[in-house]
Write a protein that binds this ligand. Sequence first.
Ligand code: SF4
Length: 358
Amino acid sequence: MDFSGQLLSWYKANSRDLPWKHTADPYKIWLSEIILQQTRVEQGIPYYMRFRERFPTVEALAAAHIDEVLRLWQGLGYYSRARNLHLTAQQVVEQYRGIFPTTNQGLLALKGIGPYTAAAIASFAWNEPIPALDGNGYRILSRVFGIEAPPDTQRGKKQFTEVAAELLPPKHAGAFNQALMDFGSMVCTPRPVCDRCPLQSGCYAFARRAIELFPAKRRRITVRARYFHYLYIRRGAFTFIRKRTGKDIWHSLYEFPLIETDRAMSAKKLFATPEWKALFAQHPEHINRISSALKHQLSHQTIHAVFYTIDITETPEWIANEYLQIRQDDLDEYSMPRLLTLFLENKPTLSKSCSDDT
Ligand code: SF4
């Protein structure tokens, strides 16, 4: 038997008897879905029953005072859910005469209903063949089919939805989506009970003893710290720049001569480095000014920069060979990273942080 057949036959024998499963009323399904967001089923059941009793219809909920809705919600947390519930009920009453749109697309037009909730309502109420994947669905599909994309990424969501859409039996869409939820809550849990699992023989993660690797977690971006010492070298009205090349940030932008160190370094220590000595060995320099440290945040890098304003009377060979000599007044004709333009504008933020650019 294939995945869907096995899942549905397991569901037939093991389905949880939950109060919202006995209805095709989109209002009640919606109510249960909102209550169950960030709430365990056992905790959500008494709330669902209380809401259903006090507000049997969407009109009753819409007409209630928000204070009463919030009072009934007390203990569930995330109160924005209750406020949105109330607002959406009012929208359904005012704009749709109390009748929920009857398709996934139509439901998505309601303010408080996102893709998962719309798909759940459409498939449970009208058997619309559309996958409704929550954390349970992602967990099962990632393990059984070895899907390596993290489900909380664009790429991952697309891949999971495509796989689920292929598996979804059109005539049993609601049951399939419910089955994924129940199976993920009872068998393929975060700590799964694989020895009771009917999908075991075809499970990618089980076969490779790699269950803990699925679903994949989004990789945390590691931010690299870099330490730049820029030399704003002046000779009379002139200064020196060059275009950045190579596989690094700010490709093709212009910059001043740069010494990069692998850690933060005081001016005194920098002047003692072989790099600094090599640059100015033949021609004495005059350090006119040293800026305070500027922290510049890029998406994957934090640049800690200090600018040294240096006056020279003769041009060292290394500058003549590698740098453009331009008038300081003409600097704004060259594209430079924002970090450097900030320095040139002598912004007061120079000693503080500035934000991203690439
Ligand atoms: Fe989940 Fe284990 Fe079954 Fe694979 S074998 S689907 S990991 S319960």
